[in-house]
Design a protein around this ligand. Structure first.
Ligand code: C2E
Ligand code: MG
Ligand code: MG
Length: 710
């Protein structure tokens, strides 16, 4: 506002003389823009102010209807935003000062007023009033803002005493603004480290001392007035006065209990298995690292037990995932009961558990634990009215003997677990370095297999099956052959299990099946006496949803008569998926495809199931055939199998026949067919075509020299 902007003045003066002379002062100044309204009593003034806004009020304190401070109060009430300047007689300065304390902006002494000063004083009054208004509004705005934000705010003065608390601060610390005001901040604001419980020094002091905003370390808690603990985050910043001197500090903080609880929950979820609540691999690795660090200092050992359930997939597939889940929970529970509190039982995958034994004094503790675990897992689990039986295989590795870090130790225990599986399951094995050699070997086979198809490294060899009555070739078994670029020939005994483990058996098997069908069809077309082609199908292929579709597609594609095709399945494949197996077998029979049980006698050796499945042929495993010669003709098992097969009207093929004695024995016991080196090794397609043309020469000795291939 400038001096020119004084436009309206209300002069409340009952003395006409004083009124005139004051009015004259404005006129004298010759300011036509200043309009002076003169009233001679408070009630008229009030009426005027009710209808008009004026820039300033000049008030005589000796009115007929209002005097002294009462006059000031009424004028102020009638126009709270308008500055009031009182007029006193000379000698009445005290009254003037009281009026200023009572709300007037200033006072003027009658008779001592001259125009120039008058206008300046009035102008200052108006400006001051305006400033007050603005300040008030600003303060109000700040207060409302501070009370409505969620963050708590506390201010201190330069001495570190509380000068302000917003509503959120009152609620969070449990102190009212009234009670806290003026107290040293240290009395009302206590922060501790939530983990160590140590008191965290006051941030405000630090902020002031370092003249910068400082934050609390993470994971701090505030102790409320009632002793309750609240997770908080805060920052403290110094306040400066106009000269840049310390004027106190502001601390802003917020209750982060819920977000911290959420963060803890998320961390927990990231480190634990949802189903069993056990630590997962992530947390396990962390615990192993800790255990190793501890063991290093205390010169003791750490053991890792890698458990993999035997045949869990079967239970899961046959009884459903819900039951499988319950079983896993039950196992988790039992494993936990076997260990000490300091040990970790974790679930690292579907049916895999890793148990970490820290602070180990002697290896006997590990073997005792492994034995206990084998027993506790094997005890029946009562789930959904079923008594479920399952076993586990355990691989064990020890720090520092088998590895110095978590990854190596887990891998070593895993490798040892594989050996436990191969060693007949439901047992434990300690890791040994030669296992590592085997594991590396496996790994290298797997890598080679991944490229083998595209590099066309596979071929199929054919081994004749001989009709023992006629001596003619009754068919052929197709056997995969892999010649790796760098390794040379790799036996199926080596690569098939690896291919089964990593799933590659499906594309490889499909390739063999297509190739065998195509080849058989070529022989038929060439007019050769091709009666039957047998192809091995592994469990994974058989379980594949697209198995039948694929198979029928290959038959259509190659044009092979389905009755010429025979699939060799092992007992395990049928037993493990009895339901689905039966329906697949029915579909195969409908189509005319024959089915043989391969390696018969080595698996479940349960004959009763054979009745349930539509199979056509049994292939007696070569280990039984071998007994014929070693037991000098006394082979009751072979005889029993032959008799049983006859009663079930199944054809029987003896595998791995190598000697004339075996041939004689089998013939004598009416075995239908035989297959083995005695007749021919598996040979290439060309070689086999020659055999089809010429037949198998009568004596093994003569033909071996010309037929040795595989
Ligand atoms: P299998 O199905 O039992 O095949 C018979 C195995 O015995 C073949 O071994 C064969 O070469 C061998 N053999 C034949 N006659 C004799 C003999 O007189 N004495 C001895 N000691 N062995 C004999 P191979 O070719 O090494 O195959 C091993 C196994 O690999 C096969 O056993 C079969 O289970 C699997 N396999 C081979 N090719 C395939 C395939 O294409 N797919 C699938 N899934 N598995 C295959
Ligand atoms: Mg076979
Ligand atoms: Mg076999």
């Amino acid at each position: 506002m400038t001096k020119n902007s004084i436009k309206t003045i209300l002069l409340i003066e009952d003395d006409p003389e004083d009124a005139r002379s004051l009015n004259g002062l404005f006129n004298e100044e010759g300011k036509p823009g200043v309009k002076v309204t003169v009233v001679d009593c408070m009630s008229d003034a009030e009426k005027h102010l009710a209808e008009h806004v004026v820039d300033v009020i000049l008030l005589d304190l000796g009115l007929p209807d209002a005097q002294g401070l009462d006059a000031v109060r009424r004028a102020h009430a009638a126009a709270p935003r308008t500055p009031v300047v009182v007029l006193t007689d000379s000698g009445d300065e005290l009254l003037g000062e009281q009026a200023v304390q009572g709300g007037a902006e200033d006072f003027l002494i009658k008779g001592q007023i001259e125009t120039h000063r008058l206008l300046r004083i009035l102008h200052y009054c108006i400006e001051r009033k305006l400033l007050e208004e603005t300040l008030f509004l600003e303060k109000e705005r700040a207060q409302v803002t501070l009370d409505s934000i969620g963050d708590a705010v506390i201010c201190t003065d330069a001495a570190g005493n509380v000068s302000f608390l917003n509503a959120a601060a009152e609620k969070t610390i449990g102190w009212s603004q009234e009670a806290a005001m003026g107290r040293p901040i240290g009395e009302i604001f206590h922060i501790i480290d939530a983990t160590t419980r140590e008191i965290i020094p006051n941030r405000m002091e630090l902020a002031v001392a370092q003249d910068r905003t400082v934050h609390l370390p993470v994971n701090c808690s505030l102790i409320r007035r009632d002793g309750a603990e609240i997770s908080v985050e805060d920052s403290a910043s110094p306040i400066h006065d106009r000269e840049g001197q310390n004027a106190g500090a502001v601390i802003v903080f917020r209750d982060v209990s819920s977000s911290r609880a959420l963060a803890l929950e998320i961390t927990h979820a990231a480190q634990h298995d949802v189903l069993t609540g056990l630590p997962n691999r992530l947390l396990l690795v962390d615990r192993i690292d800790q255990a190793i660090a501890f063991a290093l200092r205390h010169k003791n050992k750490v053991a890792m037990l890698f458990l993999d359930l035997d045949g869990f997939k079967h239970i899961n597939d046959s009884l459903g995932h819900a039951t499988g889940d319950e079983l896993l929970k039950s196992i988790a529970h039992r494993l936990l009961e076997c260990v000490r509190r300091a040990d970790t039982v974790s679930r690292t995958g579907g049916d895999e558990f890793v148990v970490l034994l820290s602070d180990l004094e002697q290896l006997k503790e590990v073997t005792d634990l492994a034995t206990r675990m084998l027993v506790t897992v094997a005890n029946p689990h009562s789930i959904d009215n079923h008594d479920l039986h399952i076993t586990t295989s355990i691989g064990i590795s020890v720090y520092p003997d088998d590895g110095l870090d978590a990854a190596t130790l887990i891998k070593a225990a895993d490798t040892a677990m594989y050996q436990a599986k191969e060693g007949g399951r439901e047992c434990y094995r300690f890791f040994t370095p030669d296992m590592n050699v085997r594991a590396v070997e496996r790994q290298s086979i797997e890598e080679g297999l991944r490229r083998a198809l595209e590099r066309r490294e596979f071929t199929v060899h054919y081994q004749p099956k001989i009709d023992l009555q006629t001596g003619a070739i009754a068919g052929a078994e197709a056997l995969a052959r892999w010649t790796n670029f760098t390794r040379g020939p790799v036996s199926p005994a080596e690569f098939v299990p690896v291919a089964e483990d990593c799933g590659l058996i499906v594309p490889i098997g499909t390739w063999v099946l297509r190739e065998a069908c195509r080849q058989a069809r070529t022989w038929v077309e060439a007019g050769l006496p091709m009666l039957n082609i047998a192809v091995n199908i592994s469990a994974l292929e058989f379980r594949n949803d697209d198995f039948l579709k694929n198979l029928f597609m290959i038959l259509d594609e190659t044009g092979l008569n389905p009755q010429l095709l025979e699939l060799e399945l092992t007992e395990g494949v049928l037993m493990k998926h009895a339901e689905s197996a039966a329906s697949i077998l029915r579909a195969l029979r409908e189509r005319g495809v024959r089915v043989a049980i391969d390696d018969f006698g080595t698996g479940y050796s349960s004959l009763s199931y054979l009745r349930r499945f539509p199979v056509d042929e049994l292939k007696i495993d070569q280990s039984f055939v071998r007994r014929i010669s070693t037991h000098a003709g006394d082979a009751p098992i072979v005889t029993a199998i032959l008799a049983m097969a006859r009663s079930l009207k199944l054809r029987v093929v003896a595998e791995g026949v190598e000697t004339p004695e075996e041939v004689e024995f089998l013939k004598a016991h009416q075995c239908d067919e035989a297959q083995g080196y005695y007749f021919s090794r598996p040979v290439t397609a060309d070689e086999f075509a020659k055999l089809l043309r010429s037949g198998i020469p009568g004596r093994a000795d003569t033909e071996h020299s010309s037929l040795v291939i595989a």
